[in-house]
Design a protein around this ligand. Structure first.
Ligand code: NAP
Length: 469
């Protein structure tokens, strides 16, 4: 073909960046020209708006993603929302291939009475708040003294750790000022994390579990009765390194606690409960007032069944960390059960169940919200493998010129941003951190700009100046 294959990727999170990177680096005999769109002026999706700011590995991932984009062979077009600023029909005229990598940001639904009560929060909303997501209300009610976190995945651990850690320990991260002020004013004394299965069935990963111990002035409390192992648990602990590792860590913590039953007298306690499933959120005048849990027992296969025994926990807030769920993407077939785009190994399927030419998907919106960030790379490879296989039939764009899409956005008055714009915003946030470091006792790497209009203003300042000169 005499021209490059034009590819639009919707979503500049890890899935979008890895897909673009893998396609650029693939051993192929045709050229590609890739535009990476995001609805926000800042790229990186859940890395910026979903990972806990005190997570030690986050910096390495951001550096790697930056390196990919700094190469200059992937064009970033930020602040453009698919389905609002640009529609599928239009994208099809500019691009031969459209890849949806829109991720999963909603909370999975917990169907128990009381779930709609005030102070019953989806974990993803809270994560968005502490990560400075521009679309989330900046006020957060942290008046609860006793808090329940439901779920035994890494998100539950993130939420519990952020709720338990002293705000001063969070200040050195990139949290926005209002988040620091909110956490500092928190009344929390006891955070209860509930898993419906046993210690051998947790979905946490070892590093993330051990990270709990990094929280200062927090006692971790475990309960001996919760350490139940059935045949399947013992088999898993014997055969799977990760399960053995988790069970050993938790059991050691329980033993340490036996040596020191009073704890250290820390200001906050983080309780890890197992074999308790949520039955009902109790309310008082519409607000969370307690949580009714059912005792579960292992059934021999690593699954659980109810015992009928109930226990009430007096809590004033509930955080539901039972997994994420994808949002439907306009004009694309969506699997409402799984929260994913209907697809076969990354080829988007139409209403007839057959692949739609030129449409692909990658990341959590393709396979569901499971796996660590690294797993997204394998996923991207599978999707681009199919793009490469299909390539010769894909050259269908009527306006493949790289300028055409920008002209349309300009005509529409869409204030899109580019990679230079992101670098401006990135530098600005780091300079705010430096300023704070000079004036205060705590070194702050960056201070995030939350307000979307302000992000746009900073990202587009140079482009505006250039247009006027
Ligand atoms: P997850 O790993 O799927 O964990 C969900 C948890 O919720 C499980 O313990 C599950 O229990 C429980 N659950 C589900 N439905 C429930 C119900 N109705 N009642 C009570 N409990 C229920 O999901 P996640 O924590 O949202 O994490 C999503 C992905 O992101 C994971 O792959 C995770 O590792 C990754 N992540 C990684 C990090 C990191 O720091 N590395 C941070 C955040 C997220 P069952 O097992 O019994 O179903």
């Amino acid at each position: 073909m005499h021209r490059p294959l034009r590819v639009a990727i919707i979503g500049a999170g890890p899935a979008g960046v890895y897909t673009a990177d893998s396609l650029q680096k693939a051993d192929i005999d045709f050229d590609v020209s890739i535009d990476l769109f995001d609805r926000y002026p800042a790229p990186f999706g859940l890395i910026r708006y979903g990972v806990a700011p005190d997570h030690p590995r986050i910096k390495g991932i951001i550096t790697a993603l930056h390196r990919v984009m700094d190469r200059g062979d992937i064009r970033f077009i930020g602040n453009v929302e698919y389905g609002t600023d640009i529609h599928l029909e239009e994208l099809r005229t500019f691009y031969d291939v459209v890849v949806f990598a829109t991720g999963a940001i909603k909370d999975a639904r917990l169907n128990i009475p009381g779930v709609e009560a005030e102070n019953s929060f989806g974990a993803s909303e809270f994560v968005s708040w502490y990560d400075g997501h521009p679309d989330v209300d900046r006020h957060w009610d942290l008046s609860a003294r006793e808090i329940a976190v439901i779920g035994n995945g890494n998100v539950a651990l993130d939420v519990a750790r952020v709720l338990a850690k002293p705000a001063s320990q969070m200040l050195e991260t990139e949290i926005p000022d209002n988040v620091y002020a909110g956490l500092k004013a928190s009344q929390a004394t006891d955070i209860h994390v509930f898993g419906r299965r046993g210690p051998a069935q947790v979905k946490f990963t070892p590093l993330e579990l051990r990270e709990l111990k990094s929280a200062e002035d927090v006692d971790i409390i475990l309960y001996e009765d919760d350490f139940e192992f059935d045949e399947a648990s013992e088999k898993a602990a014997a055969e799977v390194n990760q399960v053995r590792n988790m069970v050993n860590t938790l059991t050691n913590w329980l033993l340490e606690q036996d040596d020191n039953p009073e704890g250290t007298g820390a200001s906050r306690r983080l309780h890890l409960h197992f074999l308790e499933a949520p039955e009902e959120i109790l309310t008082d005048q519409g607000k969370v007032a307690g949580l009714r849990m059912q005792r579960m027992e292992l059934d021999g296969t690593g699954n659980v069944q109810g015992t009928g025994e109930m226990k009430m926990y007096p809590v004033q807030a509930v955080y539901r960390a039972i997994g994420y769920f994808g949002s439907a993407v306009p004009d694309i077939q969506f699997d409402e059960e799984r929260g994913t785009i209907r697809n076969a190994e990354g080829r988007v399927l139409g209403a007839d169940g057959k692949p739609v030419q030129g449409l692909y998907t990658s990341g959590w919106i393709k396979r569901g919200p499971v796996g660590l960030i690294g797993h997204t790379k394998g996923d991207a490879l599978e999707t681009i493998g199919h793009i490469i296989e299909d390539a010769e039939h894909l050259y269908t764009a009527e306006q493949p010129d790289e300028q055409a899409i920008l002209d349309l956005l300009d005509q529409r008055g869409v204030e899109y941003s580019d990679w230079n714009g992101w670098q401006e915003l990135d530098n600005y946030e780091m300079s705010l951190g430096e300023l704070e470091t000079q004036s205060g006792p705590v070194e702050r790497e960056r201070v995030k700009v939350v307000d979307r209009d302000e992000q746009i203003r900073i990202s587009r300042a140079k482009a505006r100046q250039a247009a006027h000169s």
